[in-house]
Design a protein. Structure first.
Ligand code: ZN
Length: 114
């Protein structure tokens, strides 16, 4: 699995709350830490860039009724031939008011979940 494929599989694991998989595929994430109660519902993933051991993505979510975006550049490291999630650098990115709403309604964000 490439870092990009691993990143996508980890997003899918977040959607189904598969803390065991997430912990196994990361260097520093314990099941206890990952499984903290939260109201987050993941809506959509966009992979923006992937090269070497770096994957940049936006993951859209709804938390307590508010729709937001997590924009991160993740670093993956190889351990015994397998890629693991190392850490990530976060960007302060907002959802543009005119972009398609991440909830998938087909309407502009400003006319939907903003
Ligand atoms: Zn919406």
């Amino acid at each position: 699995m490439s870092p990009k494929e691993l990143m996508i599989s980890r997003y899918e694991a977040f959607v189904r709350k598969d803390w065991e998989y997430l912990s196994q595929t990361a260097l520093h994430q314990s099941i206890e830490e990952l499984s903290q109660p939260s109201n987050i519902e993941w809506l959509k993933l966009e992979v923006l860039d992937a090269y070497d051991n770096i994957v940049e993505f936006k993951a859209y979510y709804r938390e307590s009724g508010i729709v937001g975006v997590l924009h991160e550049r993740s670093t993956f490291l190889q351990v015994n031939g397998e890629w693991k999630y190392g850490d990530g650098e976060l960007f302060k990115t907002k959802i543009e008011r005119n972009e398609p709403c991440p909830c998938g309604s087909g309407r502009k964000f400003k006319r939907c979940c903003a």
